[in-house]
Design a protein. Sequence first.
Length: 252
Amino acid sequence: MLLDVQDVSVRFGGIVALDGLTFVIKEGDICGLIGPNGAGKTTMFNVVSRIYDPFKGRISFDGHDLLSVPAHRIAELGIARTFQNLALFPTMSLLENVMVGAHSQGSVGFVQAITRIGAQKENRRIRDVSYDLLRDLNLEKLAHHPAAGLPFGTLKRLEIARALAAAPRFLLLDEPAAGLTHSEVDELADTIVAIRDKFKLTVLLVEHHMSMVMKISDQVVAMEFGRKIAEGTPSEVQSDANVIRAYLGGEV
């Protein structure tokens, strides 16, 4: 297991955002995390990203105690994420945005950076890697175009490219299909599978587009009010009575 979440609970004042959440993700899998609004999906992402601290539970990543790692160190473990709201630099080119994501992989030290010893070689390497990632996301023709004003679907792919620039093993995608057209959602689904296979990633996906989640996920965890209500293959979760009730309401 690459990620092992055990009995994780998070409170915000008197509100319980996560309530004893437990699940595991096998290396190489795409795990879909689903649930109605307010189910706690993004809270779970923020715990794994070390933005929030749970008051109970434990999380291990590849055998490491993830909760003991500060937020600025998770990239070193091989964890990267995207966000619901785009967090790009609009005046920078697409290539420059991706190069920012590669910063954690830089090998030039402080003294070298000041003296520029090895810095030019390192910058060329990062530029080449970043351009290759733009090509993987079909964005190479826009490499030198500023991010501002580009279509939303293009910017979503750019954010994924920037996350990949950190050379992660584990990629967290927070509603990557939000705001996309049906054709863009289908294209994104194929892209996620392709980058998982090419870069040997494990993916945790929060997404409201159920058809996309069920199409590409190896396993699905369904949540409601901070609790896990179902877990299994896409077909198992789709037919689970608790999941149907949570989405459709009423008795099943």
